[in-house]
Design a protein around this ligand. Sequence first.
Ligand code: TLP
Length: 339
Amino acid sequence: MIDLRSDTITLPTAGMRQAINDAALGDDVYGEDPTVNRLEELAAALTGKEAAMLVPSGTMGNQVSILTHTVPGTEVIMEADSHIYYYEAAAASVFAGIQPRPLEGNRGSIPAGLVEWAIRADDIHLPPTSLICLENTHNRAGGTIVPLEDMEAIAEVAARRDLPVHLDGARIFNASVASGVAVKDYCSSVTSVQFCLSKGLGAPVGSIVAGPKAFIQAARRWRKRLGGGMRQAGIIAAAGIYALENMVERLAEDHENARYLADGLAALRGIDFNPAEVDTNIVIVKPTGMGVQELGAELQKRGVLTVVIEPDRLRFTTNKEADRTAVEKALQVIRDVLR
Ligand code: TLP
């Protein structure tokens, strides 16, 4: 099987397994796991934030952040196709009791003017706006990079209106490697950030939330409430440190493979997409000659796994488990099916 469903399917390398094996451990609920503490310091430095906290997943990272920034009955601005809006099972409504305010972006980027327009006036009929959420890279837009200038324009609006900004940076390292903009620079325009260790970086579990010291302190209570306080979590953190120290530059290979796949797909009839829109490791296409479910099922039958992006698109995500030869084979299978 050539698995192009996601970059979440990546497995720890031998070096990463060794790091897990060698990790010094303690009880992190007491703040006594030296490896977790080292990861959190490293993550704070990389994001340029005062403090950071390890959480089990990207979803928990986003939710803990929303819970910390907001109170029930307020409104949170987010992109209409964002992971927080689309793929977190309405968690922000269930747990934080917020009302999402979805705004349509352009390749995942919400125009700053639209954000400003959506911020609520002080009126007893209206839910007060409490937070702005961004996503970079943007998953459902096709792994697109939200330009730093767009984030800075929103930061300017947020500062003027006294609102915090949270970045779902699940794949912010992909954005950084592809654009050459430092992760720290992307993060300087937001109050808090969540990034994933368990996607292209290859760690088995874990995400980081980073932000101001007081924010992370409050977020630790929310993590505990949600059951995310882990004990000898250095087992996980060791893989995270290894990922940040050894696996970041490798993301460029995923991007090259996605570019190769995109150019190959663009030459095919029966598929509608613009390969110039592929920025990182995600390629989303719309089949025209065939139903998307049917195409996904046929590719699976021939050994290529993809994800159907409802309602009508197919997603390929390059990852370190599928090398260039595997991607070449996948492209050949797609050609055969669409012929
Ligand atoms: N995305 C997964 C699925 O949930 C769709 C994937 O395969 O891409 N933010 C973004 C932008 C994400 O893409 C994801 C995972 C998350 C947050 C959540 O991370 P986890 O899966 O660790 O909860």
